[in-house]
Design a protein around this ligand. Sequence first.
Ligand SMILES: Nc1ncnc2c1ncn2[C@@H]1O[C@H](COP(=O)(O)OP(=O)(O)OP(=O)(O)O)[C@@H](O)[C@H]1O
Ligand SMILES: O=C(O)C1=C[C@@H](O)[C@@H](O)[C@H](O)C1
Ligand SMILES: [Mg+2]
Length: 196
Amino acid sequence: MTTTETPSNITSRPQPATDSRPGSNIILIGMAGSGKTTIGKALAHRLGLAHVDTDHLLEAWWGIQLQQLRDLLGLEGFLEAEKKCVQGLILEDCVISTGGSVVYRAEAMRALQALGPIIGLTAGFPAIAERIARNPHRGLAIAEGQTLEDLYRERQDLYQSWSDLCIATDTHPIAACVQTIEEWLHGQKEGPAERI
Ligand SMILES: Nc1ncnc2c1ncn2[C@@H]1O[C@H](COP(=O)(O)OP(=O)(O)OP(=O)(O)O)[C@@H](O)[C@H]1O
Ligand SMILES: O=C(O)C1=C[C@@H](O)[C@@H](O)[C@H](O)C1
Ligand SMILES: [Mg+2]
């Protein structure tokens, strides 16, 4: 080791290996309750990949639940913490489920784009409202005075514009969503990537 090298085993973050394959992950985005965690786990299992959920990383890093973190940091602070978490990801061959609010930070989305194709999970507002009501402990990055429907409408174009593929999770069961994603990924390996 020369004197200019940083001892990588002590303080520096691990860097991607020189033979790393950027883009080998699969990223899921979508509204809270759209199924990022559920489909992410099932897809990872199906493909034999590891599953990483950035919501769980944030909770582990801060040691508190997401809604508590949102309350502690405020909306902007939460979005910044989520962005930093995503920008710090160094991953290969993982299915990455994200938080619903990650689309509010373009830098975070560009970091995700570098990690692999982005799949947007969609569902109509009634299904999202029902799924969120079923799990009231689910955190939400919602501004004061905003309704869930406002939030849903505000985000639709964002999710769509960052997605390489969109899959409806309210009209297809989990296994069918996983199969469609798997087939699409297979097609991507054979031909050039296409935004649909
Ligand atoms: N086809 C489907 N795909 C995914 N989830 C489905 C489907 N049908 C029903 N569900 C249900 O919808 C819910 C989706 O919740 P999940 O926690 O996976 O969403 P999420 O996008 O990760 O939300 P959050 O952003 O809050 O983490 C689960 O209760 C799941 O069982
Ligand atoms: O859609 C949202 O606003 C959120 C969804 C969750 O995944 C968490 O990332 C967080 O609670 C915010
Ligand atoms: Mg989730």
